[in-house]
Design a protein around this ligand. Structure first.
Ligand code: KIV
Ligand code: NA
Length: 264
């Protein structure tokens, strides 16, 4: 099996081959996804929610994300591993973005980084790309701006479509190798995908994007509570794990575990 790098995603766009990307936050899960042939793994700042239990992605730090990246890279010998730059760690300047991205590539051994924003971060995207760090952009609904955007809302509707298209072109011109579009109308995402030469990755952006991405816990049914409209659950890992834990505790309590074959 090939080791996936950014040029493969570019080739797949030319071939109209679609691909699924997942988040991953640890070695064991990354191994499962790499074995399953998932070509791109994102160590998302969604770790804020699903690993650290914060309400939004704003509080998570580079120091909290870095060890997760290291684990995922060790577990995924074939996948392209993309590390999210957290809120507050790249917006101030090109130098700040370079410092943070370099930490993810040097200490985390990530193959690429992702950051949120279009036109407003094009300078950072250029600086990182020129430093040899592949950048995945993220436009549309950008969770780190949830307070500025006034909640979890679809972006690029109606008159706002032109801004989304401008953002997409800006990140491509700045040197991004790919762009995530989150919660944008399917027809606008389709137009962006047809317009750009770099691959688009959708999450709540319809079926015409070159790739799709989901938070793995949403994908596998490992999240509690209400999930977004754009999620499909492909498994019930949460209830499986709960059943395993209950069966284990019951076996310990009734004395059936450990049995003779588990003992020395
Ligand atoms: O942090 C994350 O998981 C993401 C994806 C959902 C695109 O940014
Ligand atoms: Na993210």
């Amino acid at each position: 099996r090939p080791v996936i790098r950014t040029h493969h995603l570019q080739k797949w766009k030319q071939e109209a081959k679609r691909w699924g990307m997942l988040t991953a936050y640890d070695y064991s899960t990354a191994r499962i996804f790499d074995d399953a042939g998932i070509p791109v793994l994102l160590v998302g700042d969604s770790a804020a929610n699903v690993v650290y239990g914060y309400d939004t992605t704003l509080p998570v730090s580079t120091d909290e994300l870095l060890p997760l990246v290291r684990g995922v890279v060790r577990g995924a010998p074939h996948a392209l591993v993309v590390a999210d730059l957290p809120f507050g760690a790249y917006e101030a300047s090109d130098a700040q973005a370079l410092d943070t991205a370099a930490r993810f590539c040097k200490e985390g051994l990530a193959h690429a980084v992702k950051l949120e924003g279009g036109v407003r971060v094009s300078s950072q995207i250029t600086a990182l790309s020129q430093a040899g760090i592949p950048v995945m952009a993220h436009i549309g609904f950008t969770p780190q701006s949830v307070n500025g955007l006034g909640g979890f809302r679809v972006q690029g509707r109606g008159d706002a479509a032109q801004q989304l298209i401008d953002d997409a072109i800006a990140v491509q011109d700045a040197g991004a190798f790919s762009v995530v579009m989150e919660m944008v109308p399917a027809d606008v995402a389709a137009e962006v995908t047809a317009t750009l030469s770099i691959p688009t990755v959708g999450i709540g952006a319809g079926a015409q994007c070159d790739g799709q991405v989901l938070v793995w816990q949403d994908m596998a049914g490992y999240t509690s509570g209400k999930t977004a409209k754009f999620v499909r659950r492909f498994g019930e890992v949460g209830s499986e794990l709960g059943d395993a834990a209950r069966a284990y505790a019951a076996a310990v309590e009734d004395g059936s575990f450990p049995a003779a074959e588990h003992s020395f």
